[in-house]
Design a protein around this ligand. Structure first.
Ligand SMILES: [Zn+2]
Length: 328
């Protein structure tokens, strides 16, 4: 079992007729340009063939890294409570069809779809995605307005549980994307899918992202004691505030629930792990400028004390459609 990065974003501006769109407000433009340069793309790609360049670069990075594959994430639109899309509330969109297609073309990619359960066609879309080979479902309750514990979504979660499709849900604060429902950053919002038997991965282990965000990490830990089907990912843990809980996440018993993820293309810096003493000077120097940011994140997390199982655990959670499954 090769290590897998279970939290990798696909981004596009629609240049490749992919259906993707991206809206970068003027004050977020420098951050978007920085993210592109960070992964090795020119900032001009924002206005150019971003879709093609992004995928090509991502493939190069995966092939040049220790990873056996990456879970690539679709990005659903924001929807209102009636399940109508509110495109002006979101900042980017990546259709399910596109990530499913990418995964069919490239064996390095494991496709994660994204479905707002209030959509009138949510169950049908789930069927289409399962037929298309989806291995995971990704959502951001606070950014996409998904009240996961609303009873009317019970059937949706039950169907996911039946299909053994795990859920990766954003938890804790968020500062890269606009937030529409800050109260949905609370991991307790995941109670209903957990009760329905869905394997749930709380992205970022519900840690806070900005100084003023509420801290939900302890609540997340408490929930892992109640729900054996709850996991957390260590994506963006090289960022100062999110990374504060590295010591707890690398210790028993919580470490048994940790799944590796980078949050690519979110920048990866070794300064914070080094300053906090999570990695030594040699490790910091060796990886800090490594041009392959996927490998940089992988090596820093390894040096931070995340054991080998955290990098392969996702294999036991993903729905692996017949083609990838070992013969019985
Ligand atoms: Zn993310």
């Amino acid at each position: 079992m090769k290590p897998v990065d279970a939290h990798v974003h696909i981004v596009g501006n629609g240049s490749g007729n992919t259906g993707c769109w991206l809206r970068v407000s003027p004050w977020r433009r420098p951050m978007a340009a920085l993210m592109l340069r960070h992964v090795g793309l020119p900032s001009a790609a924002l206005q150019g063939d971003l879709d093609g360049l992004y995928v090509q670069r991502l493939l190069e990075l995966v092939r040049g890294s220790s990873l056996g594959g990456v879970v690539i994430l679709a990005q659903e639109q924001v929807h209102d409570d009636q399940g109508r899309p509110v495109p002006q509330a979101g900042s980017f969109y990546v259709p399910n069809k596109y990530v499913l297609e990418l995964a069919r073309k490239h064996s390095e990619f494991l496709p994660a779809v994204s479905i707002h359960p209030a959509r009138p066609d949510a169950l049908e879309e789930l069927d289409r995605c399962l037929a298309g080979g989806a291995v995971l479902m990704k959502c951001l309750p606070n950014c996409q307005n998904i009240d996961c514990s609303n009873k009317r979504f019970t059937r949706f979660w039950e169907k996911m549980a039946e299909a053994q499709l795990p859920l990766l849900a954003h938890t804790g604060g968020e500062h890269t994307l606009p937030i529409v429902r800050p109260e949905f950053s609370d991991p307790r919002i995941l109670t209903l899918p957990l009760e329905c038997g869905v394997k749930v991965i709380a992205a970022h282990c519900a840690t806070k992202s900005g100084l003023t965000d509420p801290e939900y990490f302890d609540l997340f830990v408490e929930m892992t004691q109640r729900f054996p089907n709850l996991y957390g990912d260590n994506s963006a843990f090289t960022v100062p505030i999110r990374g504060r809980h590295v010591p707890e996440c690398t210790r028993e018993p919580l470490v048994q629930r940790i799944v590796y993820g980078s949050d690519f293309p979110v920048p990866v810096y070794g300064h914070f792990p080094w300053l906090r003493g999570f990695v030594d000077w040699q490790t910091f120097r060796r990886w800090e400028r490594h041009p392959n940011v996927l490998e940089r994140d992988f090596q820093l997390k390894k040096a931070m004390g995340f054991p080998a199982e955290t990098f392969t655990r996702i294999w036991s959670l993903l729905r692996l459609p017949a083609i990838c499954r070992a013969p019985a």
